[in-house]
Design a protein around this ligand. Structure first.
Ligand SMILES: Cc1cc2nc3c(=O)[nH]c(=O)nc-3n(C[C@H](O)[C@H](O)[C@H](O)COP(=O)(O)OP(=O)(O)OC[C@H]3O[C@@H](n4cnc5c(N)ncnc54)[C@H](O)[C@@H]3O)c2cc1C
Length: 373
């Protein structure tokens, strides 16, 4: 591939930064445009488990295995499952035995940023629109400011991508599920009973058509999601800890203690997804990776892994194929098929959440995972 190709990546999430890093490592200059003002503008969210065949593979191709080992938490891979009376139905006996270590999103982003040259990421640039320049190039528009032209624009800008409308008319659909996120700080010292309740990894509590998922993050932080099947605007009136706790009245006090210990920041996350099998007809000089291409519900834990593998595969095609259009087409054709099972699994996971069978299904899933790891 020619080194003079002008490549823009919209979005400095895990997908966009992995792509930038692999291309940079092989001598290609790229520019990443990110709407956030800097790496610390907002907390990046919770913990992610990176899979050997996708997220970890992409980091290997990025030459970041050692950086990853420094931030990976192999010891936090455990699972616990309880009913709403706090009866323990499942506990992983070896939370450190698996090969899908947890990593905090902020640490992952920082490791990727540290591997890129200064100035590669243009912070505080919110792209509103992508427009053609002549027959073969594209420009990025940020209000009155124009960036470009570029030979290839990669939309790595997540669920509400501004690049996607040029390729596909689909918009993410609301799944019917809303997560309300809360956090507990310094849990080992201040709330050791909650540290024990959650264990080394993830606690799921389900019952009465509601669920709680609480995950151990780095720095003794717990991040919880209360999960409801509700209309999209329901959360507006339930965004406080007392309102949240009231939704779980009658649940065991050991579980309700999570809300008493939480800090005041409570955030609603309505869960959206693109249709399973989402694809588009190739258009020269444009493509999508990660959530912009195949937004899934988080059930299945595949989103970030798929985004990073997209980045690794697109980079490989661009590096090995002299013709940029052929490279992007090869990436797209393979990616459309590859993500189908994960998207299907996530959609089924979302559909079954909070059903009458969800505890039994979670239990079966955990036993299956234990016997196959
Ligand atoms: C509650 C929740 C829990 C999750 N848990 C997991 C999990 O455990 N495991 C897992 O694998 N996945 C999980 N996911 C999914 C995972 O977060 C995503 O799949 C992953 O972050 C996708 O990476 P990405 O790089 O494609 O997009 P993103 O991480 O969304 O990054 C997109 C970037 O683009 C920037 N951007 C957006 N618009 C613009 C614009 N117009 N101009 C410039 N920049 C822009 C954003 O600021 C952001 O930095 C979860 C998702 C949610 C909502």
């Amino acid at each position: 591939m020619t080194n003079s190709l002008r490549i823009a990546i919209v979005g400095a999430g895990p997908g966009g930064l992995t792509l930038a890093r692999i291309l940079y490592r092989h001598g290609l200059a790229v520019t990443v445009f990110e709407r956030e003002g800097g790496p610390l503008e907002r907390p990046q969210g919770g913990t992610l488990d990176l899979h050997v065949e996708s997220g970890q593979l992409a980091l290997q191709r990025a030459g970041l295995e050692h950086a990853f080992k420094r931030i990976a938490r192999y010891e936090d891979q455990g699972s616990r499952l309880m009913d709403h009376h706090a009866n323990l139905l499942f506990e992983d006996p070896n939370p450190d035995a698996g090969d899908r270590p947890e990593v905090d999103r902020t640490a992952l982003r920082q490791a990727l940023l540290d591997s890129l040259p200064h100035g590669c990421v243009k912070w505080g640039v919110r792209i509103d629109e992508v427009r053609p320049v002549g027959d073969r190039c594209w420009a990025l528009h940020q209000g009155p400011v124009t960036h470009g032209p570029f030979d290839l624009v990669v939309g790595a800008d997540g669920a509400w991508s501004k690049v996607r409308p040029l390729l596909s008319s689909y918009q993410p659909q609301y799944s019917g599920l809303t997560f309300i996120e809360f956090g507990i700080d310094d849990v080992d010292r201040q709330h050791p009973h909650l540290a024990r309740l959650v264990g080394r990894g993830k606690l799921e509590v389900a019952g009465e058509a509601k669920a709680l998922i609480v995950q151990r993050n780095a720095h003794a932080h717990l991040r919880g999601y209360a999960i409801f099947r509700v209309p999209t605007d329901w959360a507006v009136d339930h965004l406080s800890l007392p309102a949240l706790k009231a939704q779980f009245s009658g649940w065991h006090p050991d579980v309700l203690a999570l809300f008493d210990a939480a800090n005041e920041t409570v955030v609603a996350r309505p869960i959206h997804a693109l249709p399973v099998g989402h694809r588009w007809s190739h258009r020269q000089g444009l493509t999508l990776i990660g959530d912009a291409a195949h937004l899934m519900s988080p059930f299945g834990g595949e989103g970030v892994n798929a985004a990073m593998l997209d980045a690794a595969e697109l980079a490989q095609h661009l590096l090995e194929t002299p013709d940029c259009t052929a490279a992007v087409q090869a990436y797209e054709n393979h990616m459309f098929e590859r993500v189908m099972p994960a998207a299907q699994g996530s959609a089924e996971g979302a559909a079954l959440q909070l059903s009458h069978d969800s505890l039994a299904l979670s239990l079966a899933h955990l036993h299956h995972h234990l016997t196959t790891q």
